[in-house]
Design a protein around this ligand. Structure first.
Ligand SMILES: [Fe+2]
Length: 212
């Protein structure tokens, strides 16, 4: 049953990508890149947690759907990332992702609690580390951790090419700063395949622990 729902959810993702392919140029990593990121977060969820809930898997697939549907408001924040404006931008992005996808998921998931849980996870996926820690939700912990791991595999290469060294370091710094401590520790232990990003990551985590 769960496998059938995930299969249908991936078909929904494909249909959304097709419907909004004209947004391709407005999205830093393109529609295909966004789809890859969704699938990558799901892969990380399954690597970190051998028995993820259905809600967690659905949230992994659709947490960033806003960037495909409404890229003009959902993506490409150009200002400083350690500001209230960026935090509000992220909060609205998470809410728009949930508002868009939940009605569609309700058609393929009969259990209302699962739909509600998926909504909760999507709404909170970009909260800051302290808020995530306060919520004490295991699923959310996995989602933010998987999303931060997936950042390095499916977003960083394109961001690096598009915006350069300083902007990517700024983004990594923001991420290291905002994720909950358990995710930061996991990321510290994890050796990234890309040696440049691995160096940036380790240096920034070291800086973080020197200052906090
Ligand atoms: Fe994401």
């Amino acid at each position: 049953m769960e496998d059938k729902i995930i299969k249908e959810a991936k078909e929904i993702l494909d249909k959304i990508c097709e419907k909004y392919k004209h947004h391709d140029k407005e999205i830093m990593q393109g529609v295909a890149g966004e789809k890859l990121h969704s699938l990558d977060v799901l892969i990380w969820i399954e690597k970190l947690n051998p028995h993820p809930s259905l809600a967690l898997k659905l949230a992994a697939l659709f947490h960033d759907i806003d960037r495909i549907v409404t890229p003009k408001v959902g993506g490409g924040f150009k200002g400083e990332r350690n500001t209230k404006a960026y935090f509000e931008h992220k909060k609205k992005h998470a809410q728009r992702s949930a508002d868009y996808i939940i009605p569609l998921l309700s058609k393929i998931v009969a259990d209302k609690d699962i739909v509600k849980k998926t909504e909760f996870l999507i709404i909170h996926h970009d909260d800051n580390g302290r808020q995530v820690e306060d919520l004490q939700d295991l699923g959310l912990n996995y989602l933010v951790t998987a999303d931060s791991f997936a950042f390095f595999t499916s977003i960083a290469p394109k961001l690096y090419a598009a915006e350069g060294k300083e902007r990517i370091k700024d983004k990594i710094r923001f991420m290291i700063d905002k994720i909950p401590d358990f995710a930061r520790k996991k990321l510290e232990e994890h050796q990234l395949e890309n040696s440049i990003f691995n160096k940036f990551k380790n240096k920034i985590i070291k800086e973080y622990y020197q200052n906090n």
